[in-house]
Write a protein that binds this ligand. Structure first.
Ligand SMILES: Cc1cc2nc3c(=O)[nH]c(=O)nc-3n(C[C@H](O)[C@H](O)[C@H](O)COP(=O)(O)OP(=O)(O)OC[C@H]3O[C@@H](n4cnc5c(N)ncnc54)[C@H](O)[C@@H]3O)c2cc1C
Length: 556
């Protein structure tokens, strides 16, 4: 039997399967065959990926279609934090924070190469809306809700200590600061790794497949799809459908059902990126905009510092979301207020990115007050809709979604598919222990390859012990960028140069030239693998240039 429970895969010391163009073709072949899938998932962001992994772990047959690249939507446009959401304490959302903090702990062990502990500094200035006393209580509550299992407990810092830990911080009016723990992650790669795991468990996943029409006719529904790569239409049969369309939910559903009532209150969030040498942060910083009663983060990452985010109602199609001059001005102003000495200018900005939060419509007075809690609606006709939620809780949310779908299955099946098994590592090669061991062996990876020590460290940071496999699989004479390209093609279903530059590697966000100097090598490597003509190579480069112009249109 092809479908295996994820646990079986682990017990057998199993290696990750490829996740390539060939796997995509074979997934589409299965989708258009006579197979009737237990679940058909529309949308390949973190929610869809999580549902696919959860469902196969229960032994269900699963297919998933994503209309562009996996994680292309909101799931690559987040603040890239795995966090309890300290600010939700102010909205008294204790349940949400508790759940998020438990999932944060779990993700450290499920994906140690993608989720890393990070310290946050929250400076308190004279006249702040929330004073040190209340903040101190909030910090204790945050540690308590994490059951004291945060990587480090919070600390109250004197003004002097705060400036020692974050020397570029504005000194004027600083009263004290708090330091606490959360985590940062690679959001796009978390989606790919979750899908690889689902695929290893038997899920049939394909990107660049758009769902155009669904016909609900219990006990078997039809899903009409369009393959953007081959330009072919095909039909899939499934017993239940999950819509994990994020901010596209209302747009898609209103096109399918005449009487659809919108369930979302979408809001736009913009981030900008700076080189570390323009704003070098050792810890993240929480910047408070008292006037708007919201916070903006400054987040250090391997290659960059990220400033974000904005939070404004967004009523247009999520396909058209872009940063405006006002968004950028707002973020620059708040960063300059907290770091006046850095003298950050618009010209220091490397890139920006914007996304749409699929928040559940409620009666909240403002965007920031709208809850991040998720809602799952299962219609008796055979479809489940998902709205809201956050990255941090995606595993638990996927469990709730599949449980909800099963309410329409027979009692016998509910028992058979009753228990999900998703707390194991996403990648069976990468445990916390093997990850930390691999990090100690960077010199040996450098010795057996063409990589410098820094590149070997970077590869291990990104792939853990799988970095050794990548080198031995493709040959020790290749450069880091060639290895990353080949791995993305064979194990990340990457077809497009734009997808590689923006999601498989963060070249668009981290490099002033958005990776232009590496482009010839990257295109050559892809072209060799996919047998691209020179016209196709040019078309790929030009699509990437269009992407850059569109994301950075505020510069015009
Ligand atoms: C600015 C911002 C910052 C955030 N920061 C954080 C954070 O730091 N931490 C955190 O925990 N959460 C954060 N979130 C929330 C989190 O990013 C989202 O909750 C999550 O990414 C939503 O994922 P999703 O899979 O539901 O939606 P999406 O990722 O948008 O996925 C939906 C997918 O459906 C596809 N699709 C659309 N139409 C079709 C069709 N017809 N056929 C097939 N596929 C289709 C789209 O292409 C898209 O890929 C943030 C969100 C935003 C916007």
């Amino acid at each position: 039997m092809e479908l295996k429970r994820l646990s079986d895969s682990h017990n057998e010391g199993f290696k990750m399967k490829s996740f390539s163009a060939q796997d995509r073709s074979s997934a589409i072949k299965k989708m258009e065959s006579d197979v009737i899938f237990d679940l058909f998932i529309i949308g390949g962001g973190i929610t869809g990926a999580g549902v696919a992994r959860d469902a196969v772990s229960r032994g269900m047959t699963v297919a998933l279609a994503e209309k562009t690249d996996f994680a292309q939507g909101t799931s690559s446009r987040s603040s890239k934090l795995i966090h309890g959401g300290i600010r939700y304490l102010e909205n008294l959302e204790f349940g949400l924070v508790f759940e998020a903090l438990s999932e944060r702990s779990r993700l450290f062990s499920m994906a140690p190469h993608l989720v890393h502990p990070l310290r946050f500094i929250l400076p308190v200035y004279k006249g702040s809306r929330v004073g040190p006393m209340l903040l101190s209580m909030g910090m204790w509550l945050y540690d308590i809700l994490a059951l004291f299992r945060a990587p480090m407990l919070h600390e109250r810092l004197s003004k002097k200590e705060a400036l020692k830990r974050m020397p570029s911080l504005k000194e004027d009016g600083l009263e004290c600061a708090f330091e606490y723990s959360d985590a940062y992650m690679d959001d796009d790669r978390l989606v790919i790794e979750t899908l690889r795991s689902a695929h290893a468990g038997g899920a049939q996943c394909a990107n660049y497949v758009e769902v155009r029409k669904i016909s609900l006719s219990p006990p078997m529904h039809h899903i009409d799809c369009y393959d953007h790569k081959t330009k072919k239409e095909f039909r899939v049969k499934a017993r239940h459908i999950v819509s994990s369309l994020g901010p596209w939910t209302d747009q898609f559903a209103s096109g399918q059902f005449k009487d659809w009532k919108d369930i979302l209150r979408p809001t736009k969030g913009v981030h900008l990126t700076l080189r570390r040498d323009r704003l070098n942060l050792d810890s993240a910083v929480v910047m408070v905009d008292d006037a708007k009663n919201r916070i903006v983060f400054g987040i250090p990452r391997h290659e960059m510092s990220i400033i974000g985010t904005t939070d404004t109602d967004f009523k247009e199609s999520p396909d058209s979301v872009n940063a405006t001059k006002e968004d950028i001005k707002y973020l620059l102003e708040i960063a300059s207020e907290y770091f006046p000495g850095a003298k950050i200018q618009e010209s220091d900005i490397v890139a920006s990115y914007s996304g749409v939060r699929p928040l559940v419509k409620d009666e909240s007075s403002s965007e920031g007050k709208t809850s991040r809690e998720h809602t799952v609606i299962t219609q008796p006709e055979g479809i489940t809709w998902v709205a809201g939620g956050k990255y941090t809780t995606y595993r638990k949310m996927a469990e709730d979604i599949v449980d909800s779908c099963l309410s329409l299955f027979s009692l016998e099946e509910r028992v058979r598919f009753g228990r999900s098994n998703t707390k194991l590592e996403l990648n069976s090669l990468i445990t916390e222990e093997s990850y930390h061991r691999a990090k100690l062996n960077a010199a040996s990876l450098a010795e057996r390859s063409h990589l410098t020590l820094a590149e070997a460290q970077r590869m291990i940071d990104r792939h853990g012990p799988e970095a050794f496999e990548i080198v031995s699989r493709y040959g020790s004479e290749l450069s880091m960028i060639e290895l990353e390209c080949l791995h993305a093609i064979d194990y990340g279903m990457c077809f497009e140069i734009t997808d590689f530059m923006t999601r498989r590697m963060p070249l668009f966000l981290a490099e002033y030239d958005h990776g232009a100097s590496l482009l010839p090598l990257i295109v050559r490597t892809f072209a060799k693998k996919y047998n691209w003509s020179s016209e196709e190579q040019e078309a790929q480069i030009s699509r990437y240039q269009v992407h850059i112009r569109s994301e950075l249109s505020w510069r015009a």
